[in-house]
Design a protein around this ligand. Structure first.
Ligand code: C5P
Length: 311
């Protein structure tokens, strides 16, 4: 047979988790157009899957699955394609791979699904091409792709500073059970940040200077000791108010969850997904059923989950 066939690499499967932000403190807009952040991430057991096979050029398709992928871009702007291209450029390897992605994390939901695709694509192509980058090299490429991509690689629980990409792992004891309530309509991340800026400018006299973004020590304590009730009290997101002002339907759903058994609820990232922390598996089942009964899409998830991996 041909040389090409003799050297064909086996397909590689990589997975990477979606996430929730347990806390998200946002500083004032910086000169680089971004806001400095301090956030606590938790990876959830909703995994994106990328299968990479040899092929000419870079191509991507979405497998039919639980998420409607009909409107997703599959060309050069797709973050997974950009991840593969960046790896090829960084290593000098030919940019030849076909990617097939199965999505389980909702799109434009503030749960880092696109970032997880990019993290999994980096790992899958690294294995397919045998480029064998170190974890630190992969992390550096991930940070170039987007603020949430390094955390999708790392997984677990972590504090993020800078744009959320300067990570420090946090110890977490036991399991935390979540109900995620999805919204049919997405939200634009830049628009949510802009709304926060406008609000701060308008009410500057009352609000005073924006404090330096921090992760409260109590959050790390709650994680370390597996204290779900304490953690529920501490869920916090500076982007929540601008999201709820734009979307009364989400404000209503947040109140619904909190009065139907959730220990606490929060907008995840820039929304519109809501993350509710509950006592355990049974409570998660019950709350997910409450949402389903009124026609809302909701899923259970458990964290902290492992980061991106091959196989
Ligand atoms: O990180 P990502 O590319 O998803 O950010 C999209 C946009 O959201 C940025 O261009 C910026 O307008 C806004 N953003 C921000 N501060 C951050 C993260 C995002 O202002 N820390």
């Amino acid at each position: 047979m041909t040389e090409r066939f003799a050297h064909a690499a086996a397909p590689v499967t990589a997975t990477a988790p979606g996430k929730v932000n347990l806390t998200l403190a946002v500083g004032d807009l910086a000169a680089d157009g971004y806001h400095p952040l301090a956030t606590t991430f938790m990876a959830l057991d909703l995994y994106e899957e990328v299968v990479a096979v040899e092929g000419e050029g870079l191509r991507l398709e979405y497998a039919p699955g639980p998420i409607d992928v009909s409107r997703l871009e599959t060309g050069e702007t797709n973050l997974a394609i950009r991840a593969a291209r960046l790896l090829a450029e960084a290593t000098g390897h030919a940019a030849d791979a076909h990617l097939r992605i199965t999505k389980r994390v909702p799109i434009a939901g503030g749960m880092g699904g696109g970032s997880a695709d990019a993290a999994a694509a980096l790992l899958a192509c690294d294995a397919l091409w045998g480029t064998r980058l170190t974890a630190e090299d992969l992390r550096a490429l991930a940070a170039k792709l987007g603020s949430d991509v390094p955390f999708a690689l790392l997984g677990g629980a972590a504090v993020g500073a800078g744009r959320g990409d300067e990570l420090t792992s946090a110890l977490a004891e036991g399991e935390f059970h979540w109900v995620l309530r999805f919204s049919g309509r997405g939200l634009s991340t830049p628009a949510v940040y802009r709304a926060l800026d406008e609000h701060r400018t308008r009410f500057a006299a009352d609000l005073g200077p924006t404090p330096e973004p921090l992760v409260p020590e109590a959050v790390l304590h709650a994680l370390r000791s597996g204290d779900v009730r304490l953690l529920a009290e501490l869920l916090q997101n500076d982007l929540q108010a601008p999201v709820l002002r734009r979307r009364p339907d989400i404000a209503e759903a947040l109140e619904f969850g909190e009065t139907r058994g959730a220990l606490g609820g929060v907008v995840s990232g820039s929304g519109p997904t809501l993350a509710f922390l509950v006592e355990g598996r049974d409570e998660a089942d019950a709350l997910a059923a409450e949402f389903a009964a009124r026609g809302d899409r909701a899923l259970r998830a458990v964290g902290p989950a492992t980061g991106a991996r091959v196989g």
